[in-house]
Design a protein around this ligand. Structure first.
Ligand SMILES: *[C@@H]1O[C@H](CO)[C@@H](O)[C@H](O)[C@H]1NC(C)=O
Ligand SMILES: *[C@@H]1O[C@H](CO)[C@@H](O)[C@H](O)[C@H]1NC(C)=O
Ligand SMILES: *[C@@H]1O[C@H](CO)[C@@H](O)[C@H](O)[C@H]1NC(C)=O
Ligand SMILES: *[C@@H]1O[C@H](CO)[C@@H](O)[C@H](O)[C@H]1NC(C)=O
Ligand SMILES: *[C@@H]1O[C@H](CO)[C@@H](O)[C@H](O)[C@H]1NC(C)=O
Ligand SMILES: *[C@@H]1O[C@H](CO)[C@@H](O)[C@H](O)[C@H]1NC(C)=O
Ligand SMILES: *[C@@H]1O[C@H](CO)[C@@H](O)[C@H](O)[C@H]1NC(C)=O
Ligand SMILES: *[C@@H]1O[C@H](CO)[C@@H](O)[C@H](O)[C@H]1NC(C)=O
Ligand SMILES: *[C@@H]1O[C@H](CO)[C@@H](O)[C@H](O)[C@H]1NC(C)=O
Length: 793
């Protein structure tokens, strides 16, 4: 049946002759006069073997083998293929035919057999050891039968085997260690059987192996370290066994891995690996239902090909980073761990995510209503008592601003005001947008900028927006580091995510802002690009000068964001004072010295970047609103807010009540920032709940207990790079700290009218710095030098 057409033609020409001979011989057979081969050519051994094979098949389905009769040459029997010259059986393929019976040991006599495919039948009993005599066998597929007994160890003699599929049977006993001799085997599956014992360490010798599927058995023991030698391995699937021990580190060196599934075993230990680097192609990574503890290595989130990540039902702790390089991720299961403590921002930017289970962890804070969070049937968040927000269907509590003591009436009023506000904002935006649209051609803003850059040059500068160059991302888009080919200048490119509806608004706002804003403490916007990318999609990006030392956030809270191996980076007391002054200067400039008042709206440590000299620069004018002096005076309800109102913890309470954006709102955020810089605590820290806020935490401690609330790192301060050795805060410094905290408190007063102006903040902080410049004799010179360095003066 499987003969080539050419072959068929040859046969056809002989066919008539054959018929006569066959009929003749058949008669002999019937009369018992002949016992030899009924046909010319071929090998009677194979013929006999096939007849024996047929003899073991029982049941009604036998009729599918009707052609297996003496009137037909055996090479033409259904499912039989013979070699053209030697007329020996090379292939026996009878799949999905419901054939029932045992496997005849005579099969072992078909010594030219290369393929034996009997999957999807009802063969039972054991696999005969004689199978080991098939030295030319390359493919053995017995999947989905009812075969019992043990895997024949003689199979190891079939040294040409490439495919061994025995999944979906009732094989018992242990996997023969001798199978480690199958040096050509690429695909090995014993999945879904009843195997016991452990994975033989000899499998480390299966040097061609690409797929190892042992899932759904009763395997025990450990995963042999030797498997780390299988450099071609792409699939390692052992889900649902009883394997213990640790997952060997060596296996993370298998750079061709596409899928790892060790779920539902008894594997212990911690995860110390770098998926992104060691397994660059990994798409499926599942370790669910084990006893794995410790933190999820940050590098896991760098694995850019990953589409399924199942870490659920383990003992994982720690945090989940904004999770942004995984744009192929579709399934993320983190449930039933102890993850998320202190986590306030969520996985908004997961473009492709379709299923997210965060249930029964310690996640807290606001969850968004975008992306996967929009879909109730795709998001599972139950059992995280501190989560709030999200779509109403998730039935989470509303997020409350920490400082406002809300009654439900206040809340309702707030909701109404916010809705009205949003409607207003939207109409203003439309007007604004149309105006801008008229004014600005496709290469918006570029004509006013220092640099003229094209999409192509940005593409080259960022190495095609490679993951290696990704600095971070937020709800408006991703920021990449780039090096301009032309000048070698290092830049930061903020590519606006146009799927996010806020993005274009942010772009226009920033673009407008960049025309006028130049200040030593603002991140310089070099240019803005608007055009079409190579896929024909809209492309908008802002190009900034690059800030070598990252964000203040990373410096204040590095222990959470960094690996243990990273160098410990702390800001000294003086550096903190300097950064605080830098930020104050920048805000004062935005509020009072620009042609139009600029409200930042989203001041927080991650928006403050530090350059090589540790000078602070405010970045991200995505939320900046440009208020002309006219409009400020014009009318109170002429709000043209850009819609977003800052970040929880930093946004002033009145924004939550629907008040319009104001410079006083920025002052509030600045006050919180100041308290954070010197306490080392985020306003969203665990401890701030039930009426306790960072504001009243500091307030309660002043003036006597200032030491209790000061960042412990400052109390044993070691200045960077040995410039100052073991400089400890003295009483005088504590006085100054007190004054600084006072400023922070006044700025973050609940009532906007109580808050001071940024100009006042600047002058107060500067006078504190001057007083700090009268240090003890021993340190004077060094400090002067140090301060000069850090301020860049
Ligand atoms: C048929 O095959 C068997 C087993 O390989 C071999 O011993 C025998 O010589 C072959 N006979 C012929 C006629 O080729
Ligand atoms: C032998 O097989 C052929 C093809 O299936 C069939 O037509 C024929 O009837 C069979 N002969 C016998 C004696 O079963
Ligand atoms: C074929 O296999 C059977 C059973 O394994 C054996 O008894 C027989 O001697 C073998 N040889 C031939 C030529 O059939
Ligand atoms: C075996 O059975 C499983 C479950 O019914 C099915 O998914 C799989 O495709 C089958 N495999 C083969 C080769 O028949
Ligand atoms: C199994 O393999 C052993 C060792 O090669 C051999 O001695 C034995 O005859 C084989 N068994 C069968 C049934 O072929
Ligand atoms: C793997 O192969 C080598 C070389 O053939 C052999 O020395 C070693 O014993 C084998 N390892 C195992 C575990 O079988
Ligand atoms: C992984 O590979 C690297 C580089 O080849 C090697 O230095 C390291 O020892 C390997 N790790 C393990 C656990 O085998
Ligand atoms: C999400 O995780 C929880 C906690 O383990 C579990 O109860 C729930 O069934 C999961 N949801 C889905 C759809 O798998
Ligand atoms: C993630 O990738 C980025 C870019 O390649 C790299 O800078 C960063 O160090 C990586 N993070 C980890 C934890 O490996």
């Amino acid at each position: 049946m499987e003969l080539s057409t050419k072959h068929m033609e040859v046969f056809n020409s002989f066919f008539l002759v054959y018929i006569e001979v066959i009929i003749f011989l058949s008669c002999f057979n019937l009369l018992g006069l002949a016992t030899g081969s009924p046909v010319v050519g071929g090998n009677d051994t194979d013929h006999q073997a096939l007849l024996q094979f047929k003899a073991k098949i029982t049941g009604y389905q036998l009729e599918v083998m009707e052609s297996w009769n003496s009137s037909i040459y055996f090479c033409q029997w259904r499912g039989v293929t013979c070699g053209r010259k030697h007329q020996r059986v090379t292939k026996l393929e009878l799949k999905h035919l419901k054939l029932s019976g045992s496997l005849s040991p005579y099969v072992g006599n078909m010594s030219f057999l290369r393929e034996l495919k009997l999957q999807g039948n009802r063969f039972y009993s054991k696999i005969p050891q004689e199978i080991g005599r098939l030295r030319r066998l390359q493919i053995l597929d017995l999947t989905n039968n009812s075969i019992s007994g043990e895997i024949p160890s003689n199979l190891s003699a079939c040294s040409k085997l490439i495919v061994v599929y025995m999944g979906g049977n009732q094989l018992a006993g242990e996997i023969p260690a001798l199978l480690g001799h199958l040096s050509q085997v690429k695909f090995l599956s014993f999945r879904n059987n009843d195997l016991r014992g452990s994975i033989p360490p000899s499998f480390g010798n299966l040097s061609s192996l690409e797929e190892l599927r042992l899932e759904f058995n009763g395997l025990t023991g450990i995963i042999p370290e030797a498997l780390g030698r299988l450099t071609n391995l792409s699939y390692f699937m052992v889900v649902e066994n009883a394997i213990s021990g640790i997952f060997p580190m060596a296996m993370f060196n298998l750079s061709n891995i596409i899928a790892i599934d060790i779920g539902a075993n008894k594997i212990q230990g911690t995860l110390h690996f770098d998926l992104a680097v060691t397994m660059p192609n990994v798409e499926f990574f599942s370790i669910w239902g084990n006893q794995i503890s410790g933190q999820i290595p940050i590098a896991v989130w760098n694995a850019s090909s990953l589409n399924t990540l199942q870490l659920n039902n383990n003992r994982l702790t720690g945090n989940v980073p904004s999770l942004e390089k995984l744009d192929k991720l579709i399934v993320l299961e983190l449930h039933a761990n102890a993850l998320g403590r202190g986590r306030e921002e969520f996985l908004v930017s997961f473009g492709a995510l379709k299923y997210l289970n965060l249930s029964f962890n310690d996640f807290e804070g606001l969850i968004p209503s975008e992306g996967v969070f929009k879909n109730k049937s795709a998001t599972f968040v139950e059992g995280n008592n501190k989560l709030c927000g999200g779509i109403p269907e998730l039935h989470l509590s509303r997020c409350n601003s920490k400082t406002s003591s809300d009654t439900s009436l206040k809340l309702k009023v707030a909701i109404i005001v916010v809705i009205l506000g949003v409607a207003l904002v939207f109409s203003c935006l439309l007007i604004l947008w149309f105006r801008k649209k008229k004014e600005l051609p496709t290469t918006t803003c570029a004509e006013n900028s220092i640099l003229q850059l094209s999409y192509q040059s940005i593409l080259r500068a960022t190495d095609g927006f490679s993951v290696q160059n990704l600095l971070g991302s937020g709800s408006f888009g991703s920021v990449y580091k780039g090096i301009l080919e032309e000048s070698g200048a290092v830049i930061a490119v903020k590519v606006l995510n146009l799927l996010n509806r806020g993005a274009s608004r942010s772009f226009l706002a920033e673009c407008e802002a960049l025309r006028n804003i130049r200040h030593r403490n603002l991140v310089k916007v070099l240019t803005a690009i608007s055009g079409v990318d190579y896929r024909g999609n809209d492309f908008k990006a802002l190009v900034y000068e690059f800030m070598e030392n990252g964000s203040l956030e990373e410096w204040l809270h590095q222990s959470i964001n960094r690996n243990e191996s990273d160098i410990v980076r702390n800001l000294s007391f003086f550096q903190r004072v300097n950064v605080a002054i830098d930020v104050a200067y920048a805000l004062e400039y935005l509020h009072h010295q620009c042609e139009t008042t600029i409200i930042h709206c989203d001041l927080k440590p991650s928006n403050i970047l530090l350059d090589q000299e540790m000078v602070g620069h405010i970045s991200d004018f995505g939320l900046a609103k440009i208020l002309s002096a006219d409009r400020l005076n014009y009318s109170t309800n002429q709000s043209s807010s850009i819609g977003l109102r800052g970040t929880i913890g930093y946004a002033p309470p009145e924004y939550g009540m629907g008040s319009e954006l104001s410079t006083k709102g920025d002052v509030y955020s600045y006050g919180i920032l100041l308290l954070e810089i010197f306490t080392g605590k985020r306003p969203t820290d665990d401890m701030f709940k039930e009426g306790l806020s960072i504001h009243n935490f500091v307030e309660a401690a002043l003036p006597e207990q200032v030491i209790e609330i000061t960042d412990p790192i400052l109390l044993q301060e070691r200045a960077r790079q040995g410039t100052l050795k073991e400089f400890t805060l003295n009483d005088k410094h504590l006085q100054h700290l007190n004054s600084i905290f006072e400023i922070g408190l006044t700025c973050s007063a609940e009532s906007p009218t109580e808050r001071m102006d940024m100009s006042d903040v600047v002058s107060k902080l500067c006078s504190i710095r001057v007083k700090l410049l009268h240090p003890t004799r021993v340190h004077r010179e060094r400090q002067a030098l140090y301060i000069a360095q850090s301020t860049g003066t």
